[in-house]
Each structure stands twice: as C-alpha cells, then as structure tokens.
Design a protein around this ligand. Structure first.
Ligand code: S3P
Length: 428
C-alpha cells in the first residue's frame, strides 16, 4: 500500500480505540529485559518501531514471546544481556537506538547499531556525549550518525544538564545511571515525557524527581511485572484533529494515555474552543488512562513556544494542518528539533500544505499557518515520515478534493491500520 487516496469526509462518527503507546511500549520492553523474572506487557504497540526494539532485544539474547498485542519477556537482570552475533538494526526507530544505547553503555561487550536511511541521518551526538561521560566508549560515523558502536564499561554516575529538551536523551542517561556506581542526576529546563521515570519506578528502581531534577541510584536490581499499555495519544491526535475539523462529527476513543507530559495537545486545543471531553480516568501502571469524546468545533488561534514544544512535539504536524481551519492560525516557535525528526517536519509540512494551496510562513525554528484557509485536493509526499503521511490524511478529510499520499505505508511505523480505521469512522 504505497499510494493512498483519501477523499473529503462528510463527517466522522463512531467509537474506536488506538494501538498501544509507542513510547511506553519501548520502555517496558527494554526495562523488562534487564529486570529479574518475567514481564508481561498487554496491548503492546503495533508500531513497526516497537517491533524494531523487540528484534534488537532478541539480538541481545532476551527470550521474548509475542502473541498479537501480548508480549512476554524473560528478564535476566542488569548483567543478563548477551553480546549480539550481528549488528542491531533499529530500522526507522530513534527511540530504539537512543534508549538502548543507555542500557548497552553498562554492559561488558560491544554492540553496533545500524538503521534505515532516515535514521542514519538523525543525530546521535546528543547521547554519545553523556554516555562517554559515564565511561562508555561510543564510535559513530562523523561522531554523530549510525552506524554507531557502543562499547560497554563499568560506569560512574554523572550530573547532567540536558542541552536539548529531549525525553530520549534524558532516558538514555537514566538507563545508564541505573547501572552506574553512585547517584546520577539529570536536569531538564522544560519537562519532557516522563514514561521512563514512571516505568523505572514500577520496576522497583530508586528514582525520584522534583523541580526539574531527576535522581537515579545505580546498581538497584529491578523486578519484572505485569503491565497494560494505554492507547497512544500521539496516534489518537490524528483522529481527534479530523473530528474537530469536519463539521457534524462526534467520535469516542477509549482507553487513551493521558500522561500530563503528553496531553498538551488536548489542553491547548480545549483552550481555543475544542469540544474534547475526558472521562473514566484511571491509573494504568502509573500512567493515567481515560476515554475521550471529540465533537467538531470552531477553533481560535494558538501560539506554541518553548514551554509546550516537548509536550506536543509529535503532534505539531497535525496541529499545523489543523491551523488552516482555525480563525487566527497556528504559530509554532522554538521547535528547531522538528528538523531532526523522521523528516525535517518544518519543511515537509510547509511543502505539503503549499501543494494543497495553503499559505505557510516557515522560520528556522517553526512555522506560522494562517487561519481561515480552504485546502484543495492534490498529491503530497510522506517523505518517509509516518506523521507526515497521517497529518495529510487529516487534511484530505476537510480539503475540497481528494488528496493522494505517496509512500503512505510508512504510517505503519507508529499506526498500522490507520487509513482503514479512519475510513471506518468517515461518512461520505
Ligand atoms: C520520544 C521522544 C520524542 C518524540 C519521539 C518519541 C520518546 O523525541 O519525538 O517520537 O519515546 O522518548 P525526543 O525526545 O528526541 O524529542
């Protein structure tokens, strides 16, 4: 399914759920692999990225049994991983490389990561630098790109201030800190997603955080557990945006993750008039989960800067597309990080919006999409980026003609079955 055509929608209606959260699935699988005993993960993400993590863990000798969305891992403790017989292929997944490098930094062997062409262009210096400070040896192409070799070593705790607001870098440091001698401290200026901290606590790590500093004690053994992964809010975002934008729509999404470090997409939209209600909130292994009802809404404008960027980083492409439907437009600032994602998301969003006849102002660290614009049909590219493919399926639902998306199957990286699920909610 490489080319998909999405026609304008009359309205969206119905109830559904989205696949398990990608970020949480990666973490539970990795931490379960270095815990002692069995870890059972229900509703494990269907995403291709999370399968890349499982394949890399299997390559490190971890016994993993996967039946549909249920994954059972036999962890063998902090020193239980084995030298891989071949390179670890992370395919398209930055989270796999960056988080797993933190774990591999504390082993007694050497591992080499490779990835696809997109991942091979993404920066790794951001994890190489702190992991070297712990005492590990890392060698990468141009000291920044895959292939990257991680030579594990006995680690000593560090005190580290994140130079980029990145949950992946924070997590790599915490996972190395778990194995280091002493207490590791990480300072972050803006709070990024805290799934690693929550998961580590659930597995019994000595971790605490307050006022932007997280501390982890090294050398504490973890124990396996049973987890159920909430639905992925970053996947739900595409359905929520479509329902908001297509008049007469009302949809319900059940058991979606509502971690406050991720749910800025909902609160920011509620603030500008979105009719989004959340109910049945409960605790799922330390992570809040709830049902979401969305009705089509008139939206005002929105200005997103540094304090919100890490929270909504993955939702910015769809927020930009939705910007055309607002009264006063969507402005994104302080988001140069978007240029280092699966594609340069500032550029690829701008290119595709222009193909559909919209005006967009691109800046080095963001963009401004004026409101009150009508999108036409057209042919856009996904640029190998799952979130670009899905953001433009959203655009198609309220464009005046069909939108053809080239290379649309890359949506599988986070949301296999997305186009079918969207079609199931749409009336024409
Ligand atoms: C992720 C963190 C974010 C996000 C990515 C997943 C994670 O990346 O964009 O999709 O699971 O930690 P950065 O931490 O590099 O911003």
């Amino acid at each position: 399914m490489n080319v998909v055509e999405v026609a304008p929608a009359l309205r969206l209606q119905g109830e559904t759920s989205v696949p398990g959260d990608k970020s949480i699935s990666h973490r539970l699988a990795m931490i379960g692999s270095i815990a002692e005993g069995q870890t059972v993960i229900h509703n494990f993400a269907a995403s291709a990225d999370c399968s890349s993590t499982l394949k890399c863990l299997a390559g490190l000798g971890v016994p993993i049994d996967r039946k549909g969305a249920d994954v059972v891992i036999q962890g063998n403790g902090l020193q239980g991983l084995r030298r891989p017989a071949r390179e670890l292929d992370a395919e398209n997944s930055g989270t796999t490389v960056r988080l797993l490098s933190g774990i591999l930094a504390g082993t007694s062997f050497e591992s080499t990561f490779i990835g696809d062409s997109s991942l091979s262009r993404r920066p790794m210096k951001r994890i190489i630098e702190p992991l070297r400070r712990f005492g590990a040896r890392l060698d990468a192409r141009d000291d920044n790109f895959l292939p990257m070799c991680v030579q594990g070593a006995p680690l000593t705790a560090i005190d580290y201030t994140l130079p980029v607001a990145s949950a992946q870098v924070k997590s790599a440091v915490l996972l190395a800190g778990l194995q280091a001698r002493g207490t590791t401290r990480v300072h972050e200026a803006v709070r990024s997603r805290d799934h690693t901290e929550i998961a580590l606590r659930q597995f019994g790590a000595g971790i605490q955080g307050a006022n932007g500093t997280i501390e982890i004690e090294g050398g504490i053994a973890l124990r396996g557990g049973v987890f159920s992964v909430p639905g992925d809010l970053s996947s739900a975002a595409f359905l929520i945006a479509t329902a908001l934008a297509v008049p007469g729509s009302k949809i319900k999404l059940s058991r979606v993750g509502l971690n406050p470090t991720r749910s800025g997409f909902i609160t920011l939209l509620q603030d500008i008039g979105a009719r989004i209600s959340v109910s049945n909130v409960s605790d799922g292994g330390g992570e809040p989960v709830g049902d979401i009802v969305v009705e089509s809404s008139d939206l005002d404008g929105i200005d997103i800067g540094a304090e919100w960027v890490p929270n909504v980083i993955d939702e910015i492409p769809v927020l930009a597309v939705l910007g055309t439907r607002t009264r006063n437009g969507v402005r994104i600032r302080d988001a140069a990080e978007l240029r280092s994602k699966e594609s340069d998301r500032i550029r690829t969003v701008a290119i595709n919006l222009r193909v559909l006849g919209a005006k967009v102002h691109e800046t080095p660290d963001g963009l401004y999409v004026p409101g009150g614009q009508v999108l036409s049909g057209g042919r856009v590219e996904a640029f190998g980026d799952h979130r670009i493919a899905m953001a433009f399926a959203v655009a198609a639902c309220f464009a005046t003609g069909p939108v053809t998306i080239d290379d649309a199957s890359c949506a599988d990286v986070s949301f296999p079955g997305f186009f079918e699920l969207l079609e199931g909610l749409v009336s024409r």
